[in-house]
Ligand binder design. Sequence first.
Ligand SMILES: *Cc1c(COP(=O)(O)O)cnc(C)c1O
Length: 405
Amino acid sequence: MATDQKVGRQTFDEVMVPCYAPMQIIPVKGKGARVWDQDDREYIDFAGGIAVSCLGHCHPAMVSALKEQGEKIWHLSNVMTNEPALRLAKKLTEVSFAEKVFFANSGAEANEAALKLARRYAADKFGPEKDEIIAFKQGFHGRTFFTVTVGGQAAYSDGFGPKPQAVTHLPYNDLEALAAHISDRTCAVMMEPLQGEGGIVSPTKEFIQGVRELCDKHNALLVFDEVQTGNGRTGEFYAYQGLGVTPDILSTAKSLGGGFPIGAMLTTTELAQHLKVGTHGSTYGGNPLACAVAEAVVDEVSKPEVLAGVKEREQWFRDGIEKINAQYPIFAEVRGKGLLLGAALNEAWQGRARDVLLAAGEEGLMVLVAGTNVVRFTPSLVIEKSDVEEGMARLERAIAKLYNQ
Ligand SMILES: *Cc1c(COP(=O)(O)O)cnc(C)c1O
């Protein structure tokens, strides 16, 4: 057996690169919205692995897709195509504006493909001077050097030598700043249609529609990073569908695999043709196992009752948080949409989001933070009402303890 070695949290410090600071617990088993650690302690999961486990843990549809494909064929590389990838690509074109799909293994890689396509398209069609990428402060697009440079936090991209050039950052939700800066040199505007890591910030209607208009005016492509917002998270299959604005390129990952690594870039036939044979690629991209699982996820999540259920669950969460806040007022507001929610701490509690996360962990509840002032909730899209109620009871105990300290 592969379990001949006993490992614990201290093993992390011994053998892992210290770029993470994981919690003390090590979960070993999950079912639906519940997780158990090495000591068989049970947790309710309001985090979903950072908006990934959209059908909860070990959903039967995903398990059977994985097992079935696992007995057939695991890998081919892109020298050949494969059935799960073709079926998944077809389905993604059915649930979105897209006509063409490129598969990658993560959100960052999907964004990397999106940025390279935008640059290549602009160079082919308008010439090499049209290279500027505009993105937004506090935005997050992944950790490859190009995507982290486009992301809006210099702290994440500093210290690695010369950065990819011609990247501009502007404030989110500030249409005037964009109008003042965008020009015919701009090749693309990349944005999240609801900032996740940046603190759960929704775009205003005027902003998002204005961005589209300015892109059109300057022949710039609009790239939506839907890595966190996609696959049902906001109650639409993709968030853009609830905003009345369609991008030219969309990246998707996280919930797309429901826990199996996969990412994809979606676009139109007209744009896709600029990535000719040999211009881009990935060994594992479109891997049959990943695509088989993602196909099962897309089949489940695109059901109208699942998408409607997200909106219903949003209300359960908002009500639960309001109720706790009425007794222990630590939050100023609840932001976000669907099951991508952020409870922003009030003045008196600034900087203490991680304290809430740790206190919740002690009560047997997994939540997330987004920055230092927002407690983030990104649970399974099919979480049961009883799990939400029990989780809220645990959150209340955690907050009561902090409040009465
Ligand atoms: C998580 C995230 C990414 C990066 O995805 P990885 O799979 O970690 O590479 C990119 N963009 C957004 C909006 C994200 O939330």
